[in-house]
Ligand binder design. Structure first.
Ligand code: CA
Ligand code: CA
Length: 149
């Protein structure tokens, strides 16, 4: 085999590897070009986001129903998602994706939620029904981190 053909073979192998492998680290699961990690430890919303940040990730940004179906398949429990109330007026009904601070265009609220029960429910959990609920950020839940490959 010439050096040239050996180089071509190596390039083809690497190319196929990049296309075929999930490219997520151990413990992370690939879906649609992103990697996801389930944090079983229960933490406040801020601590959960910090734990994700420490792994170059962010609290999961649920962009659509397909991603929601995937993530709720990873964790059959309540958990934090990366969405919280915008700090305008104290009682706004604008919800931000904390990863990029854009307003949530996809939402999936439980019936009668968000209800801001007690006036301090500014963070969002997914219930076992796979629907969203606003909840106090100081509550301690499991969480899911997301990052690009
Ligand atoms: Ca996402
Ligand atoms: Ca609520």
């Amino acid at each position: 085999m010439t050096i040239f053909s050996a180089s071509i073979f190596t390039l083809l192998f690497l190319g196929a590897h990049l296309i075929l492998c999930s490219c997520c680290e151990d413990g992370w699961t690939e879906h649609s070009g992103h990697c996801y990690y389930v944090e079983q430890g229960k933490m406040t919303f801020d601590d959960a986001q910090c734990a994700c940040n420490a792994n170059d990730a962010y609290l999961v940004k649920l962009d659509n129903q397909a991603e929601t179906d995937f993530v709720t398949g990873l964790l059959k429990d309540t958990f934090w998602i990366g969405t919280r109330r915008a700090c305008v007026g104290g009682d706004s009904n604008i919800w931000l994706m904390i990863h990029d601070l854009t307003e949530a265009t996809f939402t999936s609220w439980s019936p009668h939620e968000p209800n801001n029960s007690g006036g301090n429910e500014n963070c969002v959990e997914i219930r076992t029904s796979n629907l969203w609920n606003d909840l106090e950020c100081s509550d301690e839940l499991k969480s899911v981190c997301e990052r690009g490959k």
